[in-house]
Design a protein around this ligand. Structure first.
Ligand SMILES: [Zn+2]
Length: 182
């Protein structure tokens, strides 16, 4: 999960539990230094406990999470959170987070017409949605509907294009929602 070690694990109920035994973990409301409420976009900070060799103090992971309320049916006492992707890729409007890589995945849903997509956003101008349709699938209508859903959620114009290839990041990883500087 990170170079620090085991920050969390997924339980049989599919929930991510944060490892609060080995680390002092803080979910700070995105862009602030106050603890996040359940349901709020947050960034994970980690401080190692009892690690004398390479202690980390308030290490900023860059990873976005939303804390879940209540107890998990699995019975584990560690707090639960949902991973939302890299905070640097969050799309904000007026200081509020309006789109995360995960909420974008949720908007796209289990789309049978869609093989892969990438939404690139800059501070200004339209959001650029490129997608690779499943071969033979009717994608024009669903592509327009996905663009409209993103527009409605973010308040930004969306340019949607079907393409044959989408590049990966320099790291070789594929991310579906990326913020780029102009
Ligand atoms: Zn659980």
């Amino acid at each position: 999960m990170s170079e620090l070690g085991w920050l969390g694990m997924t339980c049989p109920h599919g929930r991510l539990h944060l490892n609060t035994d080995s680390f002092y973990l803080e979910l700070l409301a995105y862009g602030t230094d106050r603890p996040a409420e359940p349901g709020e976009p947050a960034e994970l900070y980690a401080t190692s406990i009892g690690d004398q060799l390479s202690p980390h103090i308030r290490y900023r992971t860059g990873d976005g999470y939303v804390l879940l309320d209540g107890d998990c049916p699995c019975g584990h006492r560690f707090p639960r959170a949902v991973h939302h992707g890299r905070c640097r890729d969050y799309l904000t409007a007026g200081g509020a987070v309006v789109l995360t890589p995960r909420t974008l995945d949720e908007l796209a849903g289990p789309a049978a017409w869609l093989a892969f997509y990438k939404l690139t956003h800059h501070d200004t101008g339209p959001l650029l949605l490129r997608y690779i349709p499943v071969p033979g699938a009717d994608h024009a209508g669903p592509g327009r509907r996905l663009a409209a859903a993103i527009r409605e959620r973010t308040g930004r114009e969306v340019t949607a294009t079907a393409v044959g290839h989408i590049e990966s990041e320099r790291s070789g990883k594929l991310f579906g929602c990326v913020r780029e500087a102009r």
